[in-house]
Design a protein around this ligand. Structure first.
Ligand code: 5GP
Ligand code: MG
Length: 177
């Protein structure tokens, strides 16, 4: 990955994640919170958020996939939970890497509501509002970006680049490699 492709540096991301955590901590004001993280893209974001979020917290993990190895949403979302997804009666914060079409978050939120959560909010590191296909507005967002494909900080292209500590643009010519 070339340096010129970097969109958000590691330092900038960490700073923004800390700000989000402060906002979340203030909004929930010591109430027990259940974080539901959408794997795999959110792993790094989750890790850094948990570093800054207070106590009274439980974490549930789910996996949602709609992309496969392509860079366009297939439109159908598959949700898999790891163990029981304990959200009944809880205040839930869904954490994902990015809101693109919004289909993933919409499915996850509706699944959690069906399971009887007391409240559900969403938190994404990145938001691509211009790509939205359903009316979904994240409650917490790190950065708003245009219609570009990004990798790094947990986000992959066909399984690659998740390990990058920063977020970079993946140019069409780099997709073939
Ligand atoms: P949505 O359901 O909102 O269309 O898409 C959500 C999922 O698509 C994200 O959680 C992410 O896994 C994937 N996705 C959307 N845009 C990008 C992108 O620019 N880069 C990468 N690596 N994944 C993306
Ligand atoms: Mg994802």
């Amino acid at each position: 990955m070339k340096e010129g492709n970097v969109l958000f540096s590691e330092e900038r991301i960490k700073r923004r994640v800390r700000e989000l955590a402060v906002e979340i901590t203030r909004d929930y004001a010591g109430k027990p919170l259940t974080v539901v993280a959408v794997l795999k893209g959110s792993v790094r974001f989750l890790h850094d958020l948990l570093d800054c979020l207070g106590e009274h917290l439980t974490v549930e993990l789910i996996e949602a996939s709609s992309y496969g190895d392509r860079t366009n949403s297939s439109g159908s979302v598959l949700i898999r939970s790891y163990g029981q997804l304990r959200v009944s009666g809880r205040d839930v914060l869904v954490v994902d890497d990015i809101a693109d079409t919004g289909l993933t978050l919409q499915s996850v939120v509706s699944e959690i509501e069906t399971r009887g959560a007391r409240s559900v909010r969403t938190c994404v590191l990145l938001d691509k509002p211009s790509r939205r296909r359903v009316p979904l507005e994240p409650d917490y967002r790190g950065f708003t970006i245009g219609d570009v494909f990004v990798v790094g900080y947990g986000l992959d292209y066909a399984g690659r680049f998740r390990d990058l500590p920063y977020i970079a643009l993946l140019r069409p010519t780099e997709k073939a490699r």
